[in-house]
Design a protein around this ligand. Structure first.
Ligand code: MRU
Length: 349
């Protein structure tokens, strides 16, 4: 962890999983200590941990906890309980594809005829590698993405695609960290990100830890910001990228990308290969999570209006590939991504 990398949200310690409780940030920095897979699945559902790569890493550790918890159980019962835990973990959130990807990776620890202790050791090694590999990928994407930022740039980010959303350093915030450290950025703006306020609560706090000042705006101020100031880049992460380059990310990302089309602002999406879903041909194949009405009808514990009859709360949207100027992965940055260039990421060699 360096000067511009001070936050880590996930810690594996002595067969327990410690998660920095993101529901309480920035007012309180409290760690939850989890020792079962159902507790991990619930923590993912409740947004104790959020952000696609962080959800994936957490689920991988949840799988390890399942193996540990059921290690003494008789064979067929053991398989049944592990399968139940896997289902709970896989269903915890629908849009972030890193969740099922990470479970697939760590699931390779279970091999026919392998004893449970060897499986546990292997699963721990895989989960450790996933977590470390995510941080390395973020550093690489930080370099590749920063390569597009000209001196004196103004950037706008949405949601939280930082250390808190990953193993560490972040995707979009990794690019911002790297470009800031090289003196390329003059101002960082952050959308508050209604309704859960990932921008106001998490992104601003996280950047403050590294001494990077961010100016908070309401989501609805973005159009006026782009009209009034010359914003060079909107930089976001992604929860799932389809094979044609369509991007699912936090609700409001599509609005920002549409605004970029109207103003001379470029749109950069920063996402590791684990966020690309090779089974989704386009954004139409990506499930969009909707969350509880209470996120809109309440402000904290306060009821905004108790007579609201109908609420629609989708928490992700799809940005068409044609509105993305650069898709940065750890392998390569793709300008104007499309079905051919995204598929080429997975070609042999
Ligand atoms: O609902 P959240 O907070 O899990 O949504 C997170 C996002 O939309 C992030 O932008 C995305 O997961 C990328 S994180 C590197």
């Amino acid at each position: 962890m360096g000067d511009y990398d001070k936050v880590r949200p996930i810690n594996w310690q002595e067969n327990e999983l410690l998660l920095l409780d993101q529901r309480l940030l920035p007012q309180k920095q409290e760690w939850l200590c989890l020792s079962t897979a159902p507790a991990v699945a619930q923590a993912i559902k409740d947004l104790v941990v959020r952000g696609a790569p962080a959800i994936g890493i957490t689920a991988a550790w949840g799988f390890v906890l399942s193996l540990l918890q059921h290690r003494e159980v008789e064979d067929s019962e053991q398989r049944k309980r592990i399968a139940e835990d896997l289902r709970l973990l896989a269903d915890a959130r629908p849009t972030a594809v890193n969740l099922v990807w990470a479970l697939g990776e760590v699931g390779r620890a279970l091999q026919p005829g392998r004893d449970i202790n060897t499986s546990i050791e292997t699963a721990i090694a895989i989960a450790t590698d996933l977590q470390a590999g995510d941080v390395s990928a973020n550093y690489r994407m930080g370099e590749l993405g920063a390569g597009y930022i000209q001196p004196n740039s103004v950037v706008l980010t949405h949601c939280n695609a930082g250390s808190l959303a990953t193993g560490g350093y972040g995707t979009a915030l990794g690019v911002i960290r790297k470009a800031w450290s090289e003196g390329l950025i003059s101002e960082v703006y952050a959308c508050e990100t209604r309704p859960w306020l990932q921008g106001a609560r998490l992104t601003v706090w996280e950047l403050q830890q590294d001494g990077i000042p961010a100016t908070l705006i309401t989501d609805s101020a973005a159009a006026w910001l782009l009209a009034e100031k010359s914003v060079d880049w909107v930089i976001t992460g992604a929860d799932r990228v389809a094979l044609n380059g369509d991007v699912a990310n936090k609700i409001g990302t599509r609005s920002l990308a549409a605004l970029c089309q109207l103003h001379s602002t470029k749109m950069m999406v920063v996402a590791p290969l684990s966020t690309i879903d090779i089974d989704a041909a386009s954004g139409l194949d990506i499930p969009i999570e909707t969350r509880a009405a209470a996120e809109l009808t309440h402000f904290g514990d306060c009821v905004i209006n108790d007579s609201i009859a109908s609420v629609w709360n989708p928490v992700f949207d799809i940005t068409p590939a044609s509105w993305v100027d650069v898709l940065v992965t750890e392998k390569v940055a793709i300008e104007l991504p499309n079905a051919d260039s995204v598929a080429a990421l997975f070609a042999a060699g």
